[in-house]
Design a protein around this ligand. Sequence first.
Ligand code: Z5A
Length: 211
Amino acid sequence: MNANKRGALIVFEGCDRCGKTTQNRQLFELLTGKGVDTMQTNFPDRSTAIGNVINHYLQNNQELSDEVIHLLFSANRWERMNSIKKDLLAGTTVICDRYAYSGVAYSVAKGLDFNWCWAPEIGLLKPDAVFYLKATPDELTTRGNYGEERYEKLDFQRKVGQIFDRFSEKDSSYWHTFEASKSQQELHAQIAIVAEKIVMQSAEKPLGKLA
Ligand code: Z5A
């Protein structure tokens, strides 16, 4: 806990199996090893009541309209906002696997309107940095367990990737793109350099909100 300096909110985004979980874990270990108070989290958070419904949906055990599941994914973020804010203000850096951008990318890929999808995300905490692990979805199909969940179809993932590309161009001030096809070690080394700077720079800045 640090009374004066806040933690950084760092988000990993990208298509399925791009390596977010792997890089999230490695960054957590690096920062913790350097004495930075750090926690990992992820969306969807399947541990809550809303997350439980999302989990059934993703495993193809429950049908919901595209609009309803979109709003549930967003509500799942809102139900965690106060506790994440508290952790950040207490000086803990939060590394998050997926966030509002996944919410929009997957729903727009289904055909929903971009602005309609973004609206419920407005007001959520703004990340200090988004680390986008970019790959062509074709490169990711050989990775472990690909194809088990609802969205892991190639055409769909291509559309999702296009929305992430759109965010990375629009929000280039805080989006950092990394080549997901590189080895885990190479990626980690590149991410570590940027992450350490972000942690230092964010400490003195006020928390922002998505607009
Ligand atoms: N979704 C949504 O629609 N709306 C929302 O608001 C949110 C999410 C938040 C579940 O997300 C689904 O929910 C997701 C989007 C949607 N779509 N699907 N399906 P999730 O995050 O729980 O699940 P996921 O995207 O499938 O993540 P994942 O399986 O955890 O993949 P990952 O974290 O990106 O990758 P990984 O686990 O680190 O690595 C995958 C494999 O690749 C594994 O075998 C690794 O050893 C290997 N790997 C990792 N890095 C490398 C490199 N660099 N080279 C080679 N191999 C590697």
